[in-house]
Design a protein around this ligand. Structure first.
Ligand code: 4NP
Length: 151
């Protein structure tokens, strides 16, 4: 079994979307996908309505997901940990116990845009990048991840 964890700040906007997208593209007999937030703001919450809506528009149901906070044990449980932005990266790697833990943590857009260190913008407060744009970025990254995993 290969385990993959998606991480953002709140675990209600970006990581639940990425979780749903990647899970829909992989055989759940061989892969486990989950998501978590670095904060405790939305523990037990459904994904944000706007994430649920954009997922639905793309034929994906993410309403089975509930928010949870990243815990240090996740370093043991997961083979790959993808973060959405640099602050997630810092928050997670601060909790790492050794270099192996740190090596598991990657900025997700470095999959589709290697070494560019691009960030998935946080759509929670609105702004230039809406949920549709974020969805497209995440889907592109997930396609690259799937191609890699299948090699
Ligand atoms: P996410 O977005 O990290 O993509 O889930 C956010 C959701 C909630 C908050 C911040 C970002 N918040 O401050 O409550």
């Amino acid at each position: 079994m290969i385990r993959i964890l998606m991480v953002c700040l709140g675990n209600i906007c970006r990581s639940p979307l990425t979780h749903g997208i990647l899970e829909s593209k992989l055989d759940t007999e061989y892969f486990i996908v989950d998501s978590a937030g670095t904060s405790k703001y939305h523990i037990g919450s459904l994904p944000d309505k706007r994430s649920i809506a954009v997922a639905k528009k793309n034929n994906l149901d993410i309403t089975n997901q509930r928010g949870r906070q990243f815990v240090v044990e996740d370093f043991e449980m997961y083979n790959y940990i993808y973060v959405m932005d640099k602050s997630n990266f810092e928050n997670i790697t601060k909790m790492a116990r050794n270099v192996e833990d740190i090596a598991k943590v990657k900025l997700i857009l470095n999959e589709s845009y290697p070494s560019k260190n691009l960030e998935v913008p946080d759509p929670y407060y609105g702004g230039d990048f809406g949920f549709d744009t974020v969805y497209k970025m995440l889907e592109e990254a997930c396609n690259t991840i799937v191609n890699k995993l299948k090699q």
